[in-house]
Every structure is written in C-alpha cells, then in structure tokens.
Design a binder for this molecule. Structure first.
Ligand code: HEM
Length: 374
C-alpha cells in the first residue's frame, strides 16, 4: 500500500475503511478487543471471525434498527417504497419468504453469460469513461444487460441505479434523496412494464444497486494489487484462468466490503458481552478474513491458496446471493483490458480511497476518458 509508507493507524474501524493499510490495526483489535464498545462511534465493533459469525447467526440482531425499518427521509416517496421491500433491508418472515426467489433470480445466469456481458461492457465503457467512473458504471451496466434492459435504456438505467444507491445511503443530502426518489420511480416503472409486483420490482433494482460500490471496490483493489505486484500480471498473462484465483484472493486479502452492521432488537449476550436492545454493531468482515482462526498465514497473499475462506460476502441468512457473479465480472474485465493493452496507463497511480464508511474503493489519478454525463 504505497500511498503512504508509514501512515498513522486509523482513528477507528470506520476510518480504517479508507486507510492505506488498516490490517495491522485490525490485528490489534482482534488480539486485544475482539468485541468492544467504541464510545466515539457509539457502536460495538466485532473483529474476530468467531464473534462475527455469532452475530450473523443471532436472531436478536437485525439489519435495520427496529425503531426505523425505513430511513425517515425516504418515507412517503418511491425510494422509501423500494427500500421497504428490499430483501437486504428486512428480517424475519418477509426475508424468509422472499430470499429464495432472489437467490433463484441470481442463479439464472450461467457464469459464461456473466463473462460475456462483462467483456462487452468493458469494451464499450473503457474507451469513453474515466477510470474512476468506469469502476462504478461497469457492474451496473453488466447487471442491466443480464436483466435484459434494452441497449438504448442502459445508460439511463445505470444512472438511476447509481442515484438510488447514493440517495438511500445514511447522511445523503436532500438533493440526493430527491434524485433517489426520481430514480426509484423510473426503475419501478421498468418493473411494472415487465409485469413484476412491488416486491419483485424492488429486488430487481437491488440486483443492480447492490452490485455498484462493492464490485467497484473489488475491481479497484484487484487493479491496485496488480500495480504493486507486477509478477502477478506475468502469471495471469501466461494463464488467464488464474485471474479468477487472483480475484478470489483479493476478496479475502483486501475485502471491498470491509464491514456491515447489525442492530439489537432485544438484550442479548454476544461472546459473553451484554449487548442492549437498540445497540448497533459493526462487523468487520475484512478483519475476520485475516483472522488466523479462519486462514493460516492470513497476511500472505497466496494466488492459489488452498481452502481459502472469507466473510466478504457475509454469512447466514443475509449472505450475498451474487458472490460468483461479482467475481466473474471482475475477472473478465481485468482479462479484457489486459488483452487489449494499456491497463497501467488507463488506471494510473492509486492516490487514495473513496470516503465511504463500509466499502473500500480506490481512487486512481489518471483520467483518460470523458466523465460520466448525468
Ligand atoms: C464484490 C462484490 C460484492 C460484495 C463484496 C458483496 C457483499 C455482500 C454482503 C457482505 C452482503 C450481506 C450484508 C449483510 O449481511 O449485512 C450482501 C448481500 C447482498 N448482495 Fe452482495 N456483494 C457483492 C456484489 C453483489 C452483486 C453483484 C449483487 C447483485 C447481482 C449483489 C446482491 C446482493 C443482495 C441482493 C444482497 C442481500 C441479501 C440478503 O439480505 O439476504 N451483491 N452482499
């Protein structure tokens, strides 16, 4: 992580997400305070694999604060309507009833189809977009293609997915919320035209929206690693199938989704600690991946690591249904740009990370394409 050779440790587990190298800090957390209450963040922070798995398995811990199932600022508009119907944002009977259909939806695509869509989207977007925009647009465009969005509507649909995602994020501005409502209305109209009910239409949107930052982070972290370790580029040039292994190890070693949250619906004991109803928890997935209890020699990047294990895609009932899709999008994209040439000059030097609270997305210095037009 050459952005800073010896940076000061991050102030906390949220600052760690955009820190040049948070992994020593995570190690100290795991060793000294694997589940602790951070008074500044006002959150419990779980950093050891066992603590995070226990949290994922606890029915007392929910994906939303029980007192606010839909963020107040979204209520009364289309973005709130979509949010209320997302499998990602619900627990209990609603989640159990609708998750199987979401999984089925994600399973309908063969990896060869995903790879084809990613190769096509890479060839179309890379010549016209700045590298940082490319990271964000590619995953939504691939998902739009797979979902059968007609080519003339792809650009608008991708923009809507982006606006929806930005406007539902905690702390979004009033303008961003207004844009999210407009985007949700456009995307819901697409679902209605396909004959989908409200829940299906909302979760069709999720297949695009959930892909955005996380897949951008996986692609960006893979690019950054290849910049630091030229020998890996030589290895994948000789055997392009190895790119899948490379991406799978990046998922573990430098997780794009560094943390996720849970909220206590009742008092509970977690790893022996008393968690009170209403408390929030930060589950540091990126730390669990480096826990020696999960992977031997966890700080070593091993291209062909046997029995690689990670929590980057979550675990338990809310586990990501699209792990293979995300990794295939990234592997195919990397191989496509590598085959075309100009990989290093397109991305340029990595100069930091987007200021996000849970997803680690690098920012590249070089701008060789036009900006994404709104
Ligand atoms: C590198 C890329 C990705 C990463 C790291 C990632 C990670 C995750 C994680 C950690 C969760 C669980 C969150 C929690 O339990 O709090 C999740 C859920 C989810 N992801 Fe992904 N994801 C990625 C890409 C995608 C893509 C491409 C899609 C869509 C095609 C997708 C769709 C979903 C959905 C719908 C859920 C909600 C599942 C549920 O709540 O039951 N993800 N993802």
């Amino acid at each position: 992580m050459h952005a800073t050779d010896n940076p000061a440790p991050p102030a906390d587990a949220i600052a760690a997400v955009s820190h040049p190298n948070p992994y020593g800090y995570y190690q100290r957390l795991r060793e000294q305070a694997p589940l602790c209450f951070d008074k500044v963040l006002n959150l419990w922070v779980a950093s050891r694999h066992a603590a995070i798995v226990e949290a994922f398995e606890s029915p007392a811990l929910r994906v939303r604060p029980p007192a606010e199932p839909v963020p107040r600022e979204l209520i009364g508009g289309p973005a709130g309507e979509v949010f209320a119907n997302l499998v990602r944002m619900n627990d209990g009977a609603f989640h159990a009833a609708h998750k199987p259909r979401l999984e089925q939806s994600a399973r309908r695509w063969k990896l060869a189809q995903v790879a084809h869509a990613s190769g096509e989207a890479t060839r179309a977007l890379q010549p016209v977009l700045d590298a940082n925009d490319f990271l964000t647009v590619l995953p939504a465009q691939v998902m739009g293609c797979l979902l059968g969005v007609p080519a003339p509507q792809l650009r608008q649909t991708t923009q809507w997915a982006h606006d929806f995602s930005a406007g539902i994020a905690a702390g979004a501005s009033a303008d961003a919320v207004a844009q999210a409502h407009a985007a949700a209305a456009g995307l819901l109209a697409q679902g209605a035209a396909l004959g989908l009910g409200a829940v299906q239409a909302a979760n069709r949107i999720a297949l695009m929206q959930q892909s955005l930052d996380a897949t951008a982070g996986l692609l960006g972290n893979t690019v950054h690693l290849l910049q630091q370790r030229p020998e890996l580029s030589v290895q994948i040039a000789a055997a392009p199938d190895l790119t899948r292994e490379l991406v799978a190890e990046v998922v573990r070693w430098d997780a794009p989704v560094q943390n996720t949250r849970r909220f206590a619906a009742q008092d509970l004991l977690l790893c022996g600690a008393s968690v009170r109803q209403g408390d929030g928890l930060l589950l540091v997935l990126a730390s669990a991946n480096r826990d020696p209890a999960l992977n031997p020699q966890p700080d070593r990047f091993e291209l062909q690591r046997p029995q690689r294990r990670n929590l980057t895609f979550g675990a338990g009932v809310h586990a990501c249904p699209a792990e293979q899709i995300a990794m295939e999008i990234v592997a195919k994209c990397v191989n496509t740009i590598k085959a075309k040439g100009g990989f290093d000059s397109y991305f340029g030097r990595m100069i930091g990370y987007r200021p996000l609270t849970n997803v680690r997305v690098p920012v590249f210095a070089h701008s060789s394409g036009s900006r994404l037009a709104p």
